[in-house]
Structure formats: structure tokens, C-alpha cells
Design a binder for this molecule. Structure first.
Ligand code: ADP
Ligand code: MG
Length: 726
């Protein structure tokens, strides 16, 4: 049987020997990237400067320069035996996509040359019809094309040169995550830079940074292959909880097995060659769950790196006979996986705007960005919530282990105190010199406060952690761009509004600092209800949040509805990030993704229950029936008591199989009804409310069978085997 063969395979595995390509990581770091350094080496000076101006100031690169860049990229790539190139892009399917073309081009006279020019670099036409577009292409009858993003460097995978690109419809609508991300990064740059002028005229550029932490599970390839549900859906749809889960915390503190270490070392080497600054690795809470994190980077680059690394991890996992699971909740009984997004703003002058400075002036700057961020979350919590909503993440949010579906902000007791003081101490009307001195003193105390601000709340979805905010509700399989588009957009909007109000007050004769403080005070007041310092996992918070009027949108169809409301559309249109059409299209794509996921899960569960679980139960039923019959034959009436256990098990077995069969039939009926619905929103709701509830009921009964049936008959690797076999 596949299950026992798989278990045997696992026992025979040995760790692969992985050697570093050279003594120091720094020696092979970024060797597969066309870095700025390499550009300087391979490009004529004028072309190099033009690319740098494009990276730093968003200037256009003209055709002749693009030709030079392409030609030097090709020269460099060919020194590394590269034969093909591809535009690398991020369609809304969630994965990354590529279309390979060769450098090799036949020319007249039966000869051939290696060619890669500006046109090839700047634009490519993938067959866009197979990527989700939410009706855009039907409406506009436009095909999509990919276009070079010079702010993210080209890199080599295998023998292919990969050029990071955006993916756009010919009518201009974004069909990917990168395009809107770049637009919001531009919006936050403009908004934050202009607010920075209050504090420092030298500041001409603000970057939003992202430091992600990627959680994942590793399971053995053979066990994976013996679980059709995990193959089809990325998660175990059935499986009884192992006797031991994660209660002992022994995995979190335990040493990493040699086989896993070899895998980690291997994918880190490949990541380092790609210039991905992975630095940390450790076990996570659940058995076979791990995490890795790089140094933070500018958001667009950081996000490309995250996607690239997920890809590398999947490839390298196979080499080590593992499968990596990025699903948010692969196993019901143990913790799920997230991807914390650490976010901060930094300036061209080297200042982190979310880090308090050394004096009242820099602290006022800190408070400005800090408080405006809180206010942005307060006013737009639903937009943030929508940005992380997926079928997979629904299992995690609010499941007493991950941040709740209720958006709130944790800032620690000292900063809370500080904001409360500010709220009270900024006097109405004109401030006296004494008032101002007192305020300056209190603001001046910030660095000391933060120094011993050690309280960290792990249960908050959005926590301030010293010099950055950590958005913890992002799903492990997600493209971070979705969350970062939302976050940067809402903060940009808030900063723009702040600027208008403060400028207005200054124009009316109020001193700058006073105008800023007074507005901050208002923002503290009007955003108070989003701040929560307590236990985000507790039931008490759900009640409290309801009292405060905070939303608690527990499932994807309800959470993503925000994407198309008037307020969201206006916000994104004002920032020139999304048009209404784009948001409508994206909303439809999200609904479609959700429906498809649930449809596949429902089908996979149906298959596994009908083809694996019920037949096994029937087999064991026969064993018991024969046994009971035999007992009767031998012991006659005495068998009534002697065969009691067998009879009891037979009864339970029959009960659970009956329920499973009945629930499967009902689920199928509900699915048929749902599939008939044309309206995407109603269809998604039908899947959510009518089809999904059967998953748990069927699983519950299947798991009971797993406990009752002879282990040697059970066909599917059990969760204890998947999670604990070493
Ligand atoms: P945790 O305690 O949350 O697990 P880690 O040290 O594992 O923290 O991860 C912290 C992440 O935050 C890293 O990816 C790191 O690069 C990132 N980070 C640190 N400082 C900043 C910052 N100023 N802006 C954005 N990200 C940051
Ligand atoms: Mg973290």
C-alpha cells in the first residue's frame, strides 16, 4: 500500500551533503543578479546614469539606452552560459509566471546570432488569455503585455535571464500585483516626502520598506504523494489529531533535523546567489513548521525576493525529497502559517521615520508618522482586512493562534501612555510658553521610553515593534504586494490629509509645531478605538471590539466586499492607483479564486471520502462481521457478551459511514446549486455558507473512522506520520 511504502521511503532517507560554493557567503552573494555594480561594469557611463535616474527618480529610459542595457545584460548573462530570457511577472493567480524565449535568433544564410535588444527587454507579449483578468479583457477587448521594471534587477535562474516586469492590459489596466504596488510606493513617497518638509528640507525621497518573515511546513515527498487531498489543495482535508500536537513546545526550541538543515542550507545558498538577504532560520511552533526571514529591503524589491524565494524553496525541496507547504492551514490541529510584513518608512537622508530621534524635533517627526499610521488603520481597517482575505487565510484568522480577523493596533503600554498624555496636554486655544515647554519635555522622553519598551504582544494583527509596524495577518502563501498596496495607500491618503490641515493652520498664523501637535492630538482622539493592548485571541476581545464598533469580517466573500465600496474606490482613484474598473475586476478575480479553491476542496474531499475512506470502512466492517459470525458459531449464545466490543465497533463504524455518505450527497447537491449561480458574489457566498460547512462534518466522521479501523488497512498517511516521522 502507498502509505506503507511511503513510510518505508522516509525511514531510508539520508540528509544530502550540501557544500558552500566558497568559504564566505559574501563571495557568491548576488552572483546571479545584474546588480548596480555589474551594470556599472558592463554599461557605458551614460546608460548607467540613465538607469540609476530611473531607479531613483522614476525617470523614463529611452529606446537607445534600453538597447544598450539589453545588450550588456545579454553579455553578462552569456558569461554565465545563459541561453534564454523571460519576462518574470506576477499575475493575479498568486504565483509568478514566465515565458521563455531564446537569445538565439536564426538570420539569413542559414546562420544564427544571439540577440536581445531594447524591444525584447522593454516589452513582451505573453499569451495573456489564460491569466485572470476579471472581465477587463472582455470589456475592452485588449490583450496584455509585460513591461520592464528597471527598479528591480534582472537575475538568472538556471540558464534563463529573468527580467522583472509589470503585466498590463493594452487599455492600461494592471493585471498583476507589481504595477499597483509601484504606484502606491510612488504615492507614499510623495505624501511622506511632503510631510517631511516640516522637519527637514533635505528629505527628497521616502522609501517604504518591507521585511517579511516566511512560515512554511516541510513534509516528506512520499507521504505527500500518498495524500491526494494535500496534493490537490495544499492541506489535509481529513486526518485525526496526533496524540501529541504542539503542546510540549519541543519543536519550537528543538534542534533542526539534519535533513531539514541540508534543505535550508541549500535553498539559502541559491537565494544568496540571487541576492536575497536571508539571514534567519528557525523552527516554528508546530511540528515540521519553520520560518525564514531576510534583512528588510525596499518594498518592491523585498516582494520580488519573497516570491522568488518561495519558488526557489519549492524547487530545492524536491531535490531533498521534501514538499514545502505554503498553505495557511495545512493541518487543522496545529498552528497555521503566516507571513509577517514588517513595514517602515525611510528617507534618502538615512532616517527611519518610525524610529524616534534624539531630540524633541525628531521625536515630533516620529510621532507624526506614528500617529498618522494609526489613524490610517483606524479609518481604513476594512481595506486592510480585505487585502489579506483568501480562502486559506480564513482558516487562520481568528482561530485562536493567529491574529483575529478584527483589525487593531498594538503599540505597547508606554507609547499608549505617551499618546494619552499628548491627548490631554495639548491645550485648546493658543498654547502658553509653559505648555509648550512641558510638551517638549514629554516628547523628549521618547527615546528612553522606547528603550525599555519590551512588551510585545504576539496576538495583535498590527503591532508596533520599536521602529517598524508588523502586519501579522498576511497569509503565508500570499503575494505581500496585496497587503502592502493597501497599507501604503491608506497611509499615503492619511498623510495627504494631514498635510492639508496643517498647512491650512500655518497659513492662518499658527506656529508650525503647534499646528502639527494640535492635529496629532485630534488624530489620537479620533483613532483611539483601533488601539488594543490586550489579548487578541480571547473571546472578550470579540465582544469588546463589537462594542467599539470595529468590524469582524470572518470570511473572504464578506471581507473583500470592501474592495468595491465607494470609499475604497475614491481612495484608490485619488491616489491614481486603481480605477473603478480595475477594482471591480480585482474583486471579481478574488471571488473567482475563492470559489475555485472551495470547489476543488469540496471535490477532493468527495473523492477521498468515496474512494479511500468509505471502501476501507466497508472492508473492516466485513472483517468484524465475519469475526462476529465466527464467534457465534463457536460460542453460541455466550458470544453475545464475548463479541460485544466487535459489535460496538461495527455499530459506530456503520453510523459514521452512513453520516459520511449522507453528508457527501448533501454537499454535492449544494455544490450543484452553487454552480448554477451566475452572480459571482452570490456564488462565493453559497460556497462559503452552504458548501464549506460540510467539510468539517465529513472530516469529523472520517477522523472517527480513522480511530476505529485497523491501522494496517488505513490507506492514507496519518497526521502523526506526516508531522512526526523522521
Ligand atoms: P520576530 O521577532 O518578529 O520574529 P525577526 O527578527 O525574525 O522578528 O524578523 C524581523 C523582520 O523585521 C526581519 O525581516 C527584519 O529585516 C525586519 N525589520 C527590521 N527592521 C525593520 C525596519 N526598520 N523596517 C522594516 N522591516 C524591518
Ligand atoms: Mg515577526
Amino acid at each position: 500500500m502507498l502509505r506503507f511504502n511511503a513510510l518505508n521511503d522516509v525511514l531510508k532517507r539520508t540528509p544530502k551533503q550540501i557544500d558552500y560554493p566558497s568559504d564566505k557567503i559574501s563571495e557568491f552573494y548576488a552572483t546571479n543578479v545584474f546588480t548596480q555594480e555589474k551594470m556599472r561594469e558592463f554599461l557605458p557611463k551614460e546608460a548607467y546614469q540613465s538607469v540609476m535616474a530611473s531607479i531613483n527618480e522614476g525617470k523614463r529610459i529611452d529606446r537607445s539606452i534600453a538597447n544598450q542595457v539589453a545588450s550588456s545584460m545579454k553579455d553578462w548573462a552569456m558569461t554565465k552560459k545563459v541561453t534564454h530570457y523571460t519576462h518574470w511577472f506576477q499575475p493575479l493567480t498568486g504565483a509568478t509566471a514566465e515565458k521563455h524565449d531564446s537569445f538565439f535568433t536564426p538570420i539569413s544564410g542559414g546562420r544564427a546570432i544571439e540577440r536581445f535588444d531594447g524591444d525584447n527587454l522593454i516589452q513582451q507579449e505573453p499569451d495573456a488569455s489564460s491569466f485572470p483578468n476579471g472581465g477587463i479583457r472582455n470589456t475592452f477587448e485588449a490583450r496584455g503585455y509585460t513591461a520592464w521594471d528597471p527598479t528591480s534587477p534582472a537575475f538568472i535562474i538556471g540558464q534563463t535571464l529573468c527580467v522583472p516586469t509589470v503585466f498590463i492590459a493594452y487599455t492600461g489596466e494592471a493585471l498583476d500585483y507589481k504595477m499597483p504596488l509601484l504606484k502606491t510606493l510612488n504615492a507614499i513617497d510623495k505624501a511622506a516626502t511632503s510631510v517631511c518638509q516640516y522637519f527637514d528640507k533635505e528629505i527628497s525621497k521616502v522609501n517604504a520598506n518591507l521585511g517579511w518573515e516566511q512560515e512554511y511546513f516541510l513534509i516528506d515527498k512520499s507521504l505527500f504523494n500518498a495524500r491526494p487531498d494535500i496534493i490537490m489543495t495544499g492541506r489535509a482535508l481529513v486526518g485525526h489529531n496526533p496524540a501529541k500536537g504542539q503542546q510540549l513546545d519541543d519543536h519550537y526550541f528543538g534542534s533542526i533535523s539534519e535533513r531539514v538543515v541540508a534543505f535550508m542550507k541549500d535553498f539559502e545558498i541559491e537565494s544568496h546567489k540571487l541576492g536575497i538577504p536571508v539571514t534567519t532560520r528557525h523552527n516554528e511552533v508546530a511540528p515540521n513548521q519553520f520560518e525564514c526571514a531576510p534583512m528588510f529591503e525596499e518594498t518592491n524589491l523585498a516582494n520580488d525576493h519573497n516570491l522568488l524565494m518561495m519558488d526557489v524553496m519549492e524547487k530545492i525541496a524536491r531535490k531533498h525529497d521534501f514538499r514545502v507547504l505554503f498553505h495557511e492551514k495545512p493541518f487543522k490541529s496545529v498552528n497555521g502559517s503566516g507571513k509577517h510584513n514588517n513595514w517602515s518608512l525611510s528617507t534618502n537622508t538615512g532616517v527611519n521615520l518610525l524610529s524616534p530621534g534624539k531630540n524633541p524635533k525628531t521625536n515630533l517627526r516620529f510621532l507624526t508618522f506614528f500617529i498618522n499610521t494609526i489613524k490610517a488603520i483606524h479609518d481604513n481597517a476594512d481595506i486592510l482586512r480585505a487585502s489579506i482575505a483568501t480562502a486559506g487565510n480564513d482558516h487562520r484568522l481568528g482561530a485562536n493562534e493567529a491574529p483575529p480577523a478584527i483589525m487593531s493596533v498594538f503599540i505597547g503600554s508606554q507609547l499608549s501612555q505617551m499618546l494619552d498624555n499628548l491627548e490631554e496636554n495639548v491645550k485648546a486655544g493658543k498654547m502658553t510658553p509653559e505648555d509648550k515647554t512641558e510638551l517638549k519635555m514629554s516628547i523628549g522622553k521618547l527615546p528612553q521610553i522606547l528603550l525599555d519598551n519590551t512588551d510585545r504582544n504576539r496576538t495583535s494583527p498590527f503591532a508596533f515593534t520599536g521602529n517598524k509596524f508588523e502586519f501579522r495577518a498576511v497569509g503565508s502563501s500570499a503575494n505581500c504586494a496585496s497587503a502592502m498596496i493597501a497599507l501604503n495607500a491608506i497611509v499615503a491618503k492619511q498623510l495627504n490629509e494631514f498635510k492639508i490641515v496643517v498647512d491650512d493652520a500655518i497659513e492662518k498664523g499658527v506656529k508650525k509645531d503647534e499646528a502639527i501637535l494640535k492635529e496629532l492630538q485630534k488624530l489620537i482622539k479620533s483613532s483611539k478605538k483601533i488601539r488594543f493592548e490586550g489579548n487578541g485571541y480571547g473571546d472578550a476581545w470579540v465582544k469588546e471590539a463589537e462594542k467599539r464598533g470595529l468590524s469582524n469580517l470572518k470570511d473572504t466573500p464578506r471581507a473583500i466586499k470592501t474592495m468595491i465600496d465607494k470609499k475604497t474606490k475614491k481612495l484608490f482613484a485619488d491616489l491614481e492607483v486603481f480605477t473603478e474598473v480595475e477594482l471591480d475586476a480585482r474583486y471579481e478575480i478574488e471571488l473567482e479564486n475563492y470559489i475555485l479553491k472551495l470547489q476543488i476542496e469540496s471535490r477532493a474531499l468527495g473523492d477521498i471520502a468515496r474512494n479511500h475512506i468509505l471502501p476501507t470502512a466497508f472492508k473492516y466492517q466485513n472483517v468484524l462481521i465475519n469475526n462476529i459470525k465466527g464467534m457465534k458459531e463457536i460460542f453460541g449464545s455466550e458470544s453475545k457478551t464475548l463479541a460485544n466490543p466487535q459489535e460496538e465497533i461495527l455499530r459506530s463504524l456503520s453510523l459514521h459511514t452512513t453520516i459520511i455518505k449522507q453528508k457527501l450527497d448533501e454537499m454535492l447537491e449544494e455544490r450543484k446549486l452553487a454552480n448554477k449561480i451566475e452572480h459571482p458574489e452570490k456564488k462565493a457566498l453559497a460556497y462559503c455558507d452552504k458548501v464549506k460547512p460540510y467539510f468539517d462534518e465529513i472530516k469529523y466522521n472520517a477522523d472517527k473512522l480513522e480511530l476505529l479501523i485497523d491501522d494496517s488497512l488505513w490507506p492514507l498517511p496519518k497526521l502523526r506520520e506526516i508531522l512526526f516521522t523522521k
